[in-house]
Design a protein around this ligand. Structure first.
Ligand SMILES: NC(=O)c1ccc[n+]([C@@H]2O[C@H](COP(=O)([O-])OP(=O)(O)OC[C@H]3O[C@@H](n4cnc5c(N)ncnc54)[C@H](OP(=O)(O)O)[C@@H]3O)[C@@H](O)[C@H]2O)c1
Length: 269
């Protein structure tokens, strides 16, 4: 690891459930907290929400954050994709977009020609916090992004094209949540069927990801389960589509495929 002065400035624009987990995991892994800035829509509300965490003094406005960050995690909801459009990033910065179902070309800033963009799809906040995260990333010039991502100690999955993010999202990051829902609602799961279904979605050699999903699946009480679902389901998103399909009595594979469909739909919205 480098000295504090040499570390890249990291900004988390849209520090909600996922952004907070990423920021806290960076700090826990030794990333200098002075090098991290976070922003939310409502700065005062965010300061109150983060006041019991190490990030309490790191909340700033969007413009200030973008002027100082070399690597920016973009963590707003997909419906807020245009939130960054009016801003300029530091020349040479990398914008790492976390938005599910949102292709790189849909994420625009005021100085796209001066920055690099990398699309990153991670697993849920609980897996990031406990160092069990799964991640795929896509883009050119990923060096700066990788320099920061290594602190999160993620299980990296390589995808052949950006189109593979649709199937990856459902059969990767969403799988522990879907397995936990099946357990909760008494649905039978056959591991071999998941591998065959992933294969038919173009995801090769998926056995190790399925093993990861079983180990990352949370075991929660009924009362904790609802707040867990709130932290992993973005309204209108892929995970919500999968969870609702399982809750309506459908089988795991049909529900995961519904998530893939939702991811494809989001591209057009
Ligand atoms: N949660 C997951 O499991 C997960 C997994 C993979 C990918 N993702 C993706 O990650 C993104 C975030 O998900 P999440 O669950 O963390 O959502 P979230 O908790 O709703 O966080 C979104 C954050 O964006 C902030 N925001 C909205 N507009 C903004 C603006 N104009 N300027 C600055 N901040 C703004 C909100 O601020 P306020 O707090 O002030 O409202 C909120 O803190 C989504 O795009 C989702 O698809 C989520």
């Amino acid at each position: 690891m480098k000295g504090e002065q040499e570390e890249l400035g990291v900004g988390i624009f849209g520090c909600g459930h996922l952004g907070t987990a990423i920021a806290l995991r960076l700090v826990q892994s030794g990333y200098p907290i002075q090098k991290i800035l976070v922003s939310c829509l409502d700065t005062d509300k965010a300061k109150k929400r983060l006041k019991n965490t190490q990030l309490k003094n790191n909340v700033v406005g969007n413009k200030y954050l973008l002027e100082r960050s070399d690597v920016v995690f973009y963590g707003v909801r997909p419906s807020d994709v245009k939130a960054i459009l009016k801003y300029r990033l530091k020349k040479g910065a990398v914008l790492m977009t976390l938005l599910a179902g949102t292709p790189l070309q849909k994420v625009k800033t005021s100085n796209d020609e001066e920055i690099d963009k990398v699309r990153v799809m991670t697993s849920a906040p609980d897996t990031i916090k406990n160092g069990q995260g799964l991640c795929a990333r896509f883009g050119e010039n990923t060096d700066k992004a990788d320099e920061v991502l290594q602190y999160l100690k993620l299980n990296m999955v390589s995808l052949e094209s950006e189109n593979d993010f649709n199937a990856f999202t459902a059969y990767g990051p969403c799988l522990p949540i879907a397995l936990a829902c099946c357990e909760k609602f008494g649905k039978e799961v056959v591991a071999g069927e998941i591998e065959a279904a992933a294969d038919s979605q173009g995801l090769m050699n998926w056995k190790s990801v399925i093993q990861w999903a079983y180990s990352a699946k949370p075991s929660l009480s009924n009362s904790a389960f609802d707040s867990y679902l709130e932290s992993v389901c973005t309204p209108g998103g892929v995970t919500e589509a999968i969870v609702n399909t399982i809750k309506s009595g459908n089988a795991l594979i049909d529900s995961l495929n519904k998530g893939v469909e939702r991811s494809v739909q989001l591209i057009r919205e």
